[in-house]
Write a protein that binds this ligand. Structure first.
Ligand SMILES: Cc1cc2nc3c(=O)[nH]c(=O)nc-3n(C[C@H](O)[C@H](O)[C@H](O)COP(=O)(O)OP(=O)(O)OC[C@H]3O[C@@H](n4cnc5c(N)ncnc54)[C@H](O)[C@@H]3O)c2cc1C
Length: 479
């Protein structure tokens, strides 16, 4: 019996992997393979932070497969060409369903090639709680507002138990050639950038499971109250593991349900956490039904919004965390140093870029794509559009986050700022969010010299707010 080719793209795990379990129980040998297709990804070739993560993750996955008598075959190149070259040697191709436009295109091509070669081709579910076709409004439409979407989704989630990892993965009689991991060119430039990121994270499915267990036992109870406080590790930080398919949403759902049954007092927190997982489902559904989500506004009138575009000194100041607004700078530096940023601060820095600076949300989306270890086409695009006011269920454009009051509310003692903007470490709480308002004596005592040790504000917020509202009026008039 010829072996089954199992494409592991998007599902870098052995736990709760329906395609893997099905292949293992077929009686045939299994060839687990990962294909890096940079050209096929078009504008959405993996960014630097995710390339670092992916390399580490593939090494760990290969080790787990070896412990089960198998291997991980690596290839770089055109997905369809690579699969076609193997079709004479395999009985079937198994894969986990993709939702991005490029993933869907590649899977459709594989499907057609398999049909032409009379080879079985199966797409399995595994990376969502519900498939995009499953959640429909009463009239069969697509949800554009999160709350009703999630209410309906919760009714539909069947809570079927996740599948365990197979003990053994049957080997084929002959292994196809594998490329060396160095040939995948996953090392991002500049190399020194990844050092602190590597010191922050442990990729791979074992680390994902540990993180979930730690979150449920230590932080779930206070999640609802603390999830907006960036100076405290109160959220799960599972996003990069989900982005790489190192843990399944069904595993998270099942473990959280179990936790809520045994620790009833944690129910509210764990429930709210699952609701956030719902936002991930919602974003994927939006992308599936609107494949241009990463590049075009969902609200058509925003096509004519007078965004500023390109990269100039102002954008570089934002990217480097040198805007003179401490919570914005702390967030952008957390991103650069760790490959991750707290959700509340993501909203603040995004609002600053698209509303205060009036820059196109795509500029921010691109920067996040390159620097986030959890960069995810659906979550990133839907979230940027949400902040910019042009997406589904979006924050209204005229609601402009004030970085000073947001900082004072969510980081009252400035713990987060002191961590990522150490030059402000000695500023008193009263001025840590607005050093530009501090009297000369206070600055001196804190060792801060504006324009020298820490930047002056790059913009006048009052004038920028008026400019943003005028820009909004301009598209309203056209509508
Ligand atoms: C401008 C902007 C860009 C973003 N880009 C991304 C991105 O590229 N990738 C990404 O995974 N998330 C993105 N988010 C959403 C959110 O910030 C992260 O998912 C969250 O901070 C991850 O931390 P966590 O795992 O501790 O989340 P938790 O609070 O523990 O939530 C659990 C899981 O739910 C999902 N989730 C939580 N919040 C959201 C949300 N608002 N939208 C969609 N899914 C959510 C994530 O998968 C997360 O891991 C973005 C948000 C903003 C405002």
């Amino acid at each position: 019996m010829k072996p089954i080719l199992l494409l592991m793209n998007g599902t870098l795990r052995l736990d709760d992997h329906p395609a893997l379990v099905s292949a293992c129980s077929s009686g045939a040998g299994v060839i687990p393979m990962f294909i890096l297709d940079d050209a096929g990804a078009g504008d959405w070739k993996l960014g630097g932070a995710r390339r670092w993560w992916l390399k580490d993750s593939l090494i760990r996955l290969a080790t787990s497969l070896e412990a089960r008598g198998s291997r991980l075959i690596l290839r770089a190149g055109d997905t369809a060409d690579i699969v076609e070259s193997l079709l004479g040697e395999v009985s079937a191709v198994y894969m986990t369903r993709a939702y991005s436009p490029m993933g869907r295109r590649a899977q459709e091509q594989i499907h057609q090639l398999c049909s032409a070669h009379d080879t079985d081709c199966r797409r399995f579910t595994g990376n969502l709680l519900l498939e995009p076709e499953d959640v429909r409004t009463k009239t069969g439409g697509i949800y554009e507002v999160f709350s009703p979407f999630w209410r309906r989704a919760v009714e539909l989630i069947d809570g079927s138990p996740p599948l365990g990892a197979p003990d053994q993965v049957p080997a084929p009689d002959n292994w196809p050639e594998s490329q060396d991991i160095t040939e995948l060119k996953l090392d991002p430039r500049p190399a020194h950038w990844v050092k602190p990121i590597a010191a922050t994270w442990v990729p791979g499915e074992d680390a994902a499971q540990d993180r979930l267990a730690k979150f449920l036992t230590e932080a779930a109870r206070d999640y609802k109250a603390m999830r907006d406080v960036p100076g405290v590790e109160a959220t799960s930080r599972l996003s990069p593991y989900l982005a790489h398919g190192e843990i399944s949403p069904r595993r998270i759902w099942a473990e959280a349900q179990l936790h809520m049954m045994t620790e009833a007092q944690d129910r509210k927190g764990a429930d709210w956490f699952l609701r956030e997982l719902g936002w991930r489902e919602f974003s994927k559904h939006l992308l599936f039904h609107n494949p241009t989500l990463p590049v075009r506004p969902l609200k058509a009138q925003f096509e004519d919004f007078p965004w500023r575009e390109g990269v100039d000194d102002m954008v570089v100041a934002w990217q480097k965390g040198r805007t003179g607004f401490p919570i914005v700078d702390a967030g952008m530096r957390q991103l650069w140093q760790t490959g991750w940023m707290h959700n509340r601060v993501r909203m603040i820095v995004a609002s600053f870029l698209v509303k205060d600076m009036l820059w196109h949300w795509r500029t921010g989306e691109d920067w996040f794509w390159d620097t986030l270890v959890d960069a995810d086409l659906a979550n990133n695009a839907a979230s940027w559009q949400w902040v910019a006011g042009c997406g589904a269920d979006a924050a209204p454009y005229f609601r402009i986050f004030n970085p000073i009051t947001q900082g004072e509310k969510f980081d009252p003692d400035g713990d987060y700022i002191r961590t990522y903007v150490p030059e402000l470490a000695d500023m008193p709480n009263d001025y840590i969010h607005k050093p530009f308002e501090a009297p000369e004596g206070v600055l001196k005592m804190a060792g801060v010299s504006l324009g020298a040790t820490y930047p002056e504000p790059v913009l006048d917020r009052k004038a920028c707010r008026e400019r943003a509202l005028a820009a909004l009026q301009s598209i309203k008039k056209q509508a």
